[in-house]
Ligand binder design. Structure first.
Ligand code: GUN
Ligand code: ZN
Length: 435
């Protein structure tokens, strides 16, 4: 597709490094910020970024200027863990993880045997993501391959950068929702051959979590990862105390929860483990050694009463961490709202989540967790132009509060606490407005 050059003007912020790794929490070298900046986009890719002063009289002929002066432009948000089939069961009352799965989740996911139903929900899901400013997500389907088929079809039509996989689960679930080691292997393989690497789509081998997969099925998951280099792996890890006790019973020979996955070759740079709220030092250490990533899902961890993620420890072990909404266990599609609860989670641990770290996690941190740093997560030249335009005066209260902010950090903090989909004025993928 040939696009004329786009010049996007506004306050532009992106990250180059993890602020926690800089000497001071407001270290200037981890990000670039242009109060009045211009980003040039050509054919969907970032061509340059500088102050408006520098670029304004050098714009190529036929440049289309999108003037968002007074707005904040950041890379599209990245959600490293979410279940699209659970969109309709967000805010289901009263249970913790294992009962919540039985009571609400499994009956909801049953409906995705019908591809037309899956397509309907996928459509609503993508509308929610765009409204929240999320441009990339790592997503669970259901056990039904047609759920992933519907998902990828819709994502491809919108040219979204998405990762998804068919859930593998062959035990400890209702019969209507189980596959077998062989069928899960076969169905996953078919989806991989059709969709992995097509356009901006990639496939994740997706064993739901250790309790719902037999050793035979986890072996098959490991085989797929060996057979197709570049595949992702996503699953749940150490989310809830009863779940952990159950895994200990089911896999008595494993050293710990992570070790179950390790034994089947499921760790690595493209493996993303959701939650990890109760990990021991040995597990942190092994995640580091294998370059595996964690998805921090604060709204879900609080909603399901799972626990408080230890971000400082993940940092100390140098583990890539991204944010996950974990809808429908999570309570919002909004990464800004997710930052709100991430901040409170760290408060309850006696730690501070700085506004720079928050916006890093929402963008470049997520891209690193998904091993997509070469494509998305910042505005470095050559990256894909996925970005979001935020309005700090989206509500009367936000407007009142942001006017009192004395610097960028204060403003970012207000976005992360008061912000939600109302603060998202526009969402762009590959330079095209989708919301
Ligand atoms: N563990 C296994 N399945 C699920 C799920 O669907 N959601 C969450 N939050 N945890 C899980
Ligand atoms: Zn989940």
């Amino acid at each position: 597709m040939n696009q004329s050059t786009l010049a996007i003007r506004g306050s532009i912020l992106h990250f180059l490094e993890d602020p926690a790794k800089s000497a001071r929490s407001n270290a200037e070298d981890c990000y670039e910020y242009y109060q009045d900046g211009i980003m040039l986009v050509q054919n969907g890719y970032i061509e340059s970024l500088d102050s408006a002063d520098e670029l304004l009289d050098k714009l190529p002929e036929n440049t289309q200027v999108l003037d968002y002066s007074g707005r904040l432009i950041v890379p599209g948000f990245i959600d490293t863990h979410i279940h699209y089939p659970q969109t309709e069961m967000i805010a289901s009352y009263g249970e913790q993880l294992l009962e919540w799965l039985e009571t609400y989740t499994f009956p909801t996911e049953k409906q995705f045997a019908e591809e037309s139903y899956a397509a309907e929900i996928a459509d609503i899901f993508f509308q929610q993501l765009a409204a929240a400013g999320t441009t990339t997500a790592m997503v669970f389907g259901t056990v039904h391959p047609q759920s992933v088929e519907a998902f990828f079809k819709a994502a491809d039509a919108k040219n979204l950068r998405m990762i998804c996989g068919k859930v593998m689960m062959d035990r400890n679930a209702p019969e209507y929702l189980t596959d077998t080691p062989e069928s899960s292997y076969r169905d996953s393989k078919k989806l991989i051959e059709k969709w992995h690497g097509k356009g901006r789509l990639q496939y994740a081998v997706t064993p739901r979590f250790a309790p719902t997969s037999s050793a035979e099925q986890l072996t098959k998951a490991g085989e797929l990862l060996k057979e197709f280099p570049g595949l992702y792996m996503q699953t749940h890890l150490s989310e809830n105390r009863n779940e952990i006790a159950w895994v200990r019973q089911l896999f008595p020979d494993s050293k710990n929860y992570l070790d179950v996955y390790d034994q089947f070759g499921l760790l690595g740079k493209r493996s993303v483990f959701a939650h990890g709220t109760h990990l021991c030092d040995e597990e942190f250490s092994r995640l580091h050694e294998t370059e595996s990533a964690l998805s921090f899902c604060p709204t879900s961890n609080l909603f399901l009463g799972s626990g408080l993620f230890n971000l400082k420890k993940a940092e100390a072990y140098n583990i890539c961490v991204g944010l996950g909404t974990d809808v429908g266990g999570g309570t919002s599609f909004s990464i800004l709202q997710t930052l709100n609860e991430a901040y409170k989670t760290q408060q309850l641990r006696g730690e501070k989540l700085t506004p720079l770290k928050s916006f890093y996690l929402a963008t470049l941190g997520g891209a690193r967790a998904l091993d997509l740093e070469d494509k998305i997560g910042s505005f470095r030249i050559g990256k894909e132009a996925d970005f979001v335009v935020l309005n700090g005066a989206a509500t009367p209260l936000m407007s009142l509060r942001t006017k009192k902010c004395k610097n960028l950090l204060e403003t970012l903090f207000v976005y992360s606490i008061l912000g939600d989909d109302r603060a998202v004025e526009a969402t762009y993928v590959m330079g095209n407005r989708i919301y």
